[in-house]
Ligand binder design. Structure first.
Ligand code: GLU
Length: 510
């Protein structure tokens, strides 16, 4: 059956070589959106065949990051499934038979070259101005089962001499693949070297393990980053030579994430320079102890992060920008993924965060605020925390900023902004505020509306414009000229506190 007629099976296949880059999260997300849209299966496979690059904690980080952004796995590492194990290092024994199958079919060969021999060949060729590649031309002069007599090969293997298995890439052949995003991609085989499939330690390389596992796991669509495009023609050859071409997955290579200015690939260095994260979660390097910022710890909400990532390379073709996960699942399509790189615009991420923060209920944000206030030694009622959330959420980008500039709610001002007081503390303002102080006790339920209504009636009565009163009132209540909504702030301070601060100001300034 052609893979296009079956329910899609997609996999996210990261290598645990460090913290998962945010671009990897985008790859996982697009796989997930496609799987959910089509009723397919989302699989996590850990590609850890390169033991030299293994980093402890990286796999746990990957799982936590996927969980944080809401990508649910149907199968794979951490959740199990019919193709266990899902860690390639634990599948080690499965791969060599396929490499041997290729050798038997004349599509791969044993190579015994030592690194000294390869270096000598490299130097010789470079001396002649040619870059060295192990390929259809050079393999004829190297130490392998194509050049050695059969008995020699058998003897070397029997003697336990280390060897690798290399793919015998044809000399002159056009390799084509139809990428879901890029259309037809043509590569001439002379541009591909005879890649190692099995290493001398008995581990497969990424190429062999990736193709074998995608086949065995019934993967129908390989959705991965553009950096894997150069490997794809080689993988097409592998599928062909292993006899699996009729069920070869479709390929979709996602656009690169570019630096904020669009010049080149986004790197960790850009993040350090720009002071923004390029990892989903904070990561502490187990060796150096260096800490890399994470979207989560910086205060990005997971749904805002998902929305931001979805738009890095894809767009819905409409004006709509805010998409929940379910809406993304419905709208996602390969046709609307661009071929060109996507600029990593952190301001856009911040904008999304603001939008999602505003959509959160005051109660949900209060649940965040309560422990944060407690940590600062400020005890408030849950009701007051809800009020603070309501007061602040439209003014901030990150939840932790909701407490910035709110000290005035808990502590009376030590002094007043000299740009306003005394110059704007005129006798008429003093009279209005004195009346306000005197009449506030009669307001039964002080809230933003009643506070405003009373002030309004006093200014009318005394013939003073509201606009002239607001700034001095803010300064005597808070100390400064800027801040969140004043009436709402008074509601949160409470009637007694407001009266007390007005009294203090009238005493200090008269
Ligand atoms: N294992 C590769 C990585 O580390 C992914 C390969 C693929 O998706 O085909 O990202």
């Amino acid at each position: 059956m052609s893979p296009q007629n079956t329910r899609p099976r997609v996999r996210f296949a990261p290598s645990p070589t460090g913290p998962l880059h945010i671009g990897g999260v985008r790859t996982a997300l697009y796989n997930y959106l496609f799987a959910r849209q089509t009723g397919g299966t989302m699989i996590l496979r850990i590609e850890d065949t390169d033991q030299t690059r293994f980093v402890p904690g990286a796999e746990a980080y990957i799982l936590e990051a996927l969980k944080w952004v809401g990508i649910e796995l149907d199968e794979g590492q951490g959740v199990g499934g019919p193709h266990e194990p899902y860690r390639q290092s634990e599948r080690k024994a499965m791969y060599s038979q396929y490499a041997e199958q290729l050798v038997t079919a004349g599509k791969a060969y044993y190579a015994f070259d030592t690194s000294e021999q390869l270096d000598a060949m490299r130097q010789q060729l470079e001396g002649q101005g040619t870059a060295f590649q192990y390929n259809a031309i050079t393999r004829l002069k190297l130490n392998n089962s194509l050049t050695l007599p059969q008995e020699g090969v058998t003897a070397k293997i029997a003697a336990g001499e280390p060897y690798v298995i290399r793919l015998k890439v044809p000399a002159k052949e056009e390799i084509r693949l139809n990428d879901l995003i890029r259309g037809w991609v043509h590569v001439h085989s002379s541009q591909i070297d005879d890649k190692v499939l099995m290493k001398s330690d008995g581990m497969p390389t990424y190429h062999l393990a990736n193709v074998v596992d995608d086949h065995l796991m019934g993967i129908t669509h390989v959705i991965s980053g553009e950096e894997w495009l150069p490997s794809a023609p080689l993988h097409v050859l592998l599928y062909r030579y292993l006899g699996w071409e009729s069920t070869m997955p479709r390929f979709a290579h996602l656009p690169l994430l570019l630096k904020p200015d669009g010049n080149g690939k986004l790197s960790k260095r850009d993040a350090d320079l720009g002071g923004f994260p390029v990892f989903p979660l904070q990561w502490t390097d187990p060796e150096t102890g260096t800490v890399a910022r994470g979207f989560r710890e910086e205060g990005y909400l997971s749904d805002a992060t998902v929305n931001f990532l979805a738009f890095l390379g894809w767009n819905p073709g409409t004006e709509q920008e805010l998409f929940s996960m379910d809406e993304l699942i419905q709208s996602f399509s390969f046709e609307r993924i661009s071929k060109s790189g996507a600029k990593f615009d952190i301001q856009k991420a911040q904008w999304f965060n603001q939008q999602y923060l505003r959509q959160q209920s005051d109660e949900a944000l209060a649940a965040y605020l309560l422990p944060a206030l407690e940590a600062k030694g400020i005890g408030v009622t849950p009701q007051k925390a809800v009020g603070i959330a309501r007061l602040m959420k439209d003014r901030v980008t990150f939840p932790q900023e909701m407490l910035t500039g709110t000290e005035f709610l808990f502590v009376p001002p030590a002094g007043y902004d000299p740009a306003v007081i005394p110059s704007k503390w005129t006798p008429e303002i003093a009279l209005v505020l004195a009346a306000y102080k005197d009449e506030l006790p009669s307001v039964e339920n002080l809230n933003a509306d009643t506070a405003k209504a009373l002030l309004h009636s006093i200014t009318e009565r005394q013939g003073v414009k509201m606009g002239k009163v607001m700034q001095p009132l803010r300064v005597v209540l808070t100390g400064g000229t800027t801040g969140p909504d004043l009436m709402l702030s008074m509601e949160l301070m409470g009637k007694e506190e407001v009266i007390g601060r007005l009294e203090l100001a009238l005493n200090r300034l008269s």
